[in-house]
Design a protein around this ligand. Structure first.
Ligand code: PLP
Length: 358
């Protein structure tokens, strides 16, 4: 077997034991005589899978009983529209503009009402989380939206905004990577292809009182109530992606759950930042206090050098290190499934590159 260390921002690496288990069950799941992919979503066997997935996630994130867990499609991007359609009453929400995903959330909400940007870090290519000035918060906002981990720019909120409105967050690239207090949020949504499993699934965790008040124009499929009432089985859900999520949740639980993986994630990120902060040719782009544990962008300051590094790293089995086109340089995404050995291998390679090119 020749597995590479895959630093892709998403779809991203999946734990090898999960892939092996899925492989062993691919052709014949349990006593079904068929793959999970071929199973009715209403079959007893699949119902057990989706219920177990939900119960594991509730356990891992300590989700309170007054929250629904929904397994939806359309990616995190569909949530940019679904949230305003379902939460707008005054048709106004406050946003912190911290990157491309925040911008998309803002522009979708703007289709249905007022998306009020109360702070932005666009002036410095989003390399920090802006200070929030409470006097700018809208007293009549229906919700307050943040992108808690900014996948492209490598920043994260380490403190939540002090708002009395329902706090809505795009948690696509940091869900299950560190302990979050779900009760502080109105809605959490996350595409699965970073820390949950494979693409095709979006997990939504939503407080009960925010369900059932959608705008009249809301299509049935975009109404949280549709999916909450039917336990995510209104139509055919992404069955295989839900099964993969269940396997990832089992893996995480077996490895000590979120507090344990948070420790590993902190250690991985600290190793890489520490190297970057002392390197003569590589430099981390994000201000220290706002650095993500999951996505770590860095540059050499020389485009040709960056390209050379990405190419040579790939040849050495360290793949998908090219940075986003708006930042340039490199980005190492080190989600839960990236073992610490991968980070060591990357640092060793960078040291070698630095020696050869200093
Ligand atoms: C990847 C990502 C998205 C996009 O998710 P899709 O599932 O492709 O729609 C949105 N927000 C954040 C923070 C992401 O990392």
């Amino acid at each position: 077997m020749s597995r590479v260390f895959n630093f892709s921002p998403g779809p991203a690496a999946i734990p090898v034991p999960v892939l092996r288990k899925a492989g062993s069950e691919m052709v014949d799941y349990g006593t079904a005589g068929m793959s999970v992919m071929e199973m009715s979503h209403r079959s007893k066997m699949f119902l057990e899978i989706i219920q177990e997935a939900e119960s594991l996630l509730r356990d891992l994130m300590d989700i309170p009983d007054n929250y629904k867990v929904l397994f939806l499609q359309g990616g995190a991007s569909t949530q940019f529209a679904m949230v305003p359609l379902n939460l707008f009453k005054n048709k106004k929400a406050d946003f912190v503009k911290t990157g491309q995903w925040a911008k998309k959330a803002i522009s979708e909400a703007g289709r249905f009402g007022t998306a009020n940007v109360i702070a932005s870090s666009e002036d410095k290519v989003f390399n920090y989380i802006p200070e929030l000035n409470k006097s700018k918060f809208s007293p009549d906002a229906d919700y307050f939206h943040i992108t808690i981990n900014n996948t492209i720019y490598g920043t994260r909120f380490t403190e939540l905004p002090d708002t009395d409105k329902p706090l809505v967050t795009d948690m696509s690239s940091s869900i299950l990577s560190q302990v979050y207090d779900v009760s502080k949020f109105g809605v959490i949504y996350a595409g699965a292809q970073k820390n949950i499993g494979c693409a095709g699934l979006c997990v939504v965790i939503i407080r009960d009182d925010l369900i059932g008040n959608a705008l009249d124009i809301t299509p049935t499929m975009l109404n949280y109530k549709t999916h909450a009432d039917e336990a995510s089985l209104y139509n055919t859900p992404p069955t295989y992606s839900i099964y993969m999520a269940k396997l990832v949740f089992e893996w995480l639980k077996a490895n000590g759950g979120v507090p344990a993986i948070q420790k590993v994630n902190e250690e991985k990120a600290a190793l890489l930042y520490e190297y970057l902060d002392n390197s003569k040719i590589f430099k981390a782009t994000v201000v220290k206090k706002d650095r993500s544990l999951m996505n770590i962008p860095f540059v050499t300051g020389n485009g040709d050098f960056d390209n050379k590094f990405v190419k040579e790293a790939a040849a050495a089995g360290l793949v998908n290190l090219k940075g986003h086109r708006t930042v340039g340089g490199m980005r190492a995404s080190i989600y839960n499934a990236m073992p610490i050995e991968g980070v060591h291998a990357l640092i060793d390679f960078m040291k070698k590159f630095e020696k050869q090119n200093a």
